[in-house]
Design a protein around this ligand. Structure first.
Ligand SMILES: Cc1cc2nc3c(=O)[nH]c(=O)nc-3n(C[C@H](O)[C@H](O)[C@H](O)COP(=O)(O)O)c2cc1C
Ligand code: SF4
Ligand code: FES
Length: 649
């Protein structure tokens, strides 16, 4: 425990609260009341500071689980592949009873009578291409056959571990970050990495000035791969060269956006590439300390990174005076605990400070100005940081030649859902179209099926309908622009084109839906995710996300009323743009776009003429009997009287 505490500055020991909770839970199986008192005392906090974490983060539990705990993914790609049936069959095999009502999807852990097994639904485990997946203890099981769920418990025949990357790469691919992954002779240890030229770019970077590296990154045009697509060089340039406060680098390895599964694979298969990118970035930003915030559901990934950090230390790539450069750097791994909102950079920072993952208001809390411990902090995604190494290797200008103007470099697209060969494909940004991605790389749809819709950038991205026409502006060689009308198949897979098509490239998670899919059901699945993951700070997001879920629940149960599609749209419109963080948009966009683009399906589920004006459990006419609700006389307060209050509340 003392080792864990030493990862954080003495005056910020609170940051160690989550690591200590993980240790406690690993040892005792759950977090007891005694744990809150003990950890609080150890860190100089109040027990409530620990209890608030236990109740906020889904991975911490206050009651024992079974000896073997099974987490089944319930999010869209897994649900489409039979994840819900998997849970049902597991419960039957184990004699576990759990509520079957859709609203109870996240009902607390259910334990078998003999205490040997417990089950729980969890959100996207970042392996959507091998759906359905579940975790048995700490081990990820992929492509589990729902019909033979019991095998998971006995001889464990389902595939465990990572699905291998296709080798050799598809001819349209352009692998940079995934260059080594999947190669027949490739192993993840540092010796293999060094044999293949690893850490040469760190050595090269240490001979350059900080400005030179930042300029290379600026010239490369690299845009963040975590979702927002913000210019990496521009973000870095917000760190003042004469900064007196400590500067921090945080690698965002929270990868929780449904449909996205590229970062976990990098961590598992090429951890030193990420570390090298981070060392170079730390040097360029003059950051002596960096943290890798890795989601709690990646226990194996956390171990791999710890091991890689120790290997790098033995070669003096980190620690004091790295490679004789006079520069000191330390990297620590910090595990999350199951909250999607901790992927949002300010929520992540709060979480790293040992608090609930409540996003901060921007401005003023732009991380580069007021970040970790109110110091300048750069938060970058795993894939973004890996690209830094390649920018140093080939130079910013050369890197910018890959891809398209303003959409440079390569990026990893993750394809899941209704395609024959789901998986990861690294491409030059915009160098292939949606049609090429789906039909040539991902093997097309199942026989006899037609494309219905695509969610192109993680579940937050607006859905695109297969028969839509999109108007895209294209710049000509002479500088003029022309407008082109294209089909979904012709949309180039880059940031600007997908934005022009009314959606976004986001985190690169492409979810494909064929004509067998019910769009009300799909939206309901997505709404459940957001309703569960809202941090609850903002009323429109907290309440609205749940309302959207409950209305689609009602529609699925056959109780939809004619106003429902309009109500759904109104709720979405009243969330987006009215919240502290971009989760508001993330949860509104699916509803707005699904209802807007598939009106016939939503209308088809909304027949009942009588509206309950609010979701079913709130029917004021029935509940509020005016006679029986007493009004309370207002306490005497001259201020209120002056303000003209009527005397009752
Ligand atoms: C609700 C929400 C969830 C997010 N989840 C992630 C995530 O899991 N991983 C990630 O890298 N970025 C995520 N982001 C984006 C981060 O806030 C941030 O923009 C990113 O880590 C910056 O890195 P980049 O510039 O390298 O993309 C999320 C943003 C929002 C609003
Ligand atoms: S928008 Fe939602 S997730 Fe973001 S701060 Fe508000 S309540 Fe939390
Ligand atoms: S792993 Fe199940 S939906 Fe992503």
């Amino acid at each position: 425990m003392d080792d864990a505490i030493a990862h954080y500055p003495r005056e910020h020991r609170r940051s160690a609260a989550m690591p200590l909770l993980h240790l406690w839970q690993e040892h005792f199986g759950f977090v007891s009341g005694e744990a809150s008192v003990w950890i609080a005392e150890k860190l100089g906090l109040q027990p409530i500071n620990i209890l608030e974490l236990v109740t906020f983060y889904p991975m911490f539990r206050q009651h024992p689980a079974g000896k073997t705990h099974i987490r089944v993914c319930r999010t869209l790609s897994c649900a489409m592949a039979g994840g819900l049936e998997l849970m049902e069959n597991l419960c039957t095999a184990l004699g576990i009873q759990r509520p079957t009502d859709g609203e109870e999807m996240h009902h607390p852990i259910a334990v078998s009578a003999d205490g040997n097994y417990s089950v729980e639904f969890v959100e996207c485990l970042a392996s959507c291409h091998t759906a359905p997946v579940c975790m048995v203890g700490e081990e990820l099981h992929e492509k589990v056959n729902p019909e033979s769920a019991a095998e998971l418990l006995g001889n464990r025949e389902s595939e465990a571990g990572n699905q291998q990357l296709q080798w050799p790469p598809h001819p349209i691919e352009r692998r940079l970050v995934y260059k080594n992954i999947g190669r027949p002779s490739w192993t993840t240890d540092i010796d293999c990495y060094l044999r293949e030229g690893g850490y040469e770019q760190l050595k090269q970077a240490l001979t350059l000035s900080r400005d030179e590296i930042v300029n290379k990154v600026k010239n490369s045009g690299l845009r963040g791969r975590g979702g927002a697509g913000f210019s990496c060089g521009l973000k870095w340039s917000f760190i003042r060269p004469d900064e007196k406060r400590p500067v921090y680098l945080i690698c965002n390895a929270d990868e929780s956006e449904p449909g996205t599964f590229k970062d976990r694979y990098i961590i598992h298969e090429d951890p030193h590439q990420l570390l090298e990118g981070m060392f170079i970035s730390c040097y360029a930003l003059n950051a002596n300390t960096a943290y890798i915030y890795i989601r709690g559901e990646f226990p194996e990934g956390a171990k791999i990174l710890e091991r890689a950090i120790e290997e790098a230390r033995q070669h003096n790539f980190l620690g004091k005076n790295i490679l004789g450069s006079g520069f000191d750097v330390e990297i620590y791994v910090h595990r999350g605990a199951g909250a999607y909102i901790c992927g949002e950079e300010t929520g992540l920072i709060e979480s790293l400070e040992g608090k609930r993952g409540y996003p901060r208001i921007k401005p003023p809390y732009f991380p580069a100005v007021l970040g970790l411990y109110m110091c300048p902090t750069i938060v970058n995604n795993v894939e973004t940081l890996c690209n830094i190494k390649h920018i140093v290797a080939i130079g910013g200008a050369e890197y910018a030649r890959l891809g398209r103007p303003n959409n440079t470099g390569t990026r990893v697209l993750c394809v899941s859902g209704d395609v024959q060969r789901p998986g990861y494909f690294e491409i030059e940004v915009g160098a292939l179209t949606m049609g090429q991605l789906i039909y040539q790389m991902a093997g097309g749809l199942r026989p006899g099926r037609k494309l219905k819709a695509v969610i192109p950038g993680g579940s937050s991205a607006k859905v695109l309908r297969a028969d839509e026409r999109f108007k895209l502006k294209e710049r000509q060689a002479d500088g003029s622009t022309i407008e082109r009308e294209i089909s979904i198949d012709d949309i180039p897979m880059d940031f600007d084109s997908l934005a022009a098509a009314g959606s976004m490239a986001g985190s690169g998670g492409v979810i494909v839906l064929d004509d067998s899919r019910d769009m009300v059901w799909a939206l309901n699945n997505i709404n459940k995710f957001y309703a569960h993951e809202s941090c609850g700070q903002c009323t429109p997001c907290r309440e609205g996300s749940l309302w959207m879920q409950k209305i689609t629940d009602r529609m699925l149960r056959g109780g939809g009323v004619v106003e429902d599609p309009e109500t759904l749209k109104n709720i979405g419109d009243n969330i987006a743009g009215r919240t502290i963080c971009a989760f508001g948009e993330a949860c509104a966009w699916p509803t707005q776009s699904f209802v807007g683009k598939f009106p016939e399906e939503f209308a088809g589920r909304a027949h009942k003429p009588l509206p309950p004006p609010l979701p079913p459990e709130y029917t004021p006419e029935e509940l509020i009997d005016k006679e029986s609700i007493p009004t309370v006389p207002m306490a005497h307060d001259p201020g209120w009287e002056k303000a003209g209050a009527k005397g009752t509340i």
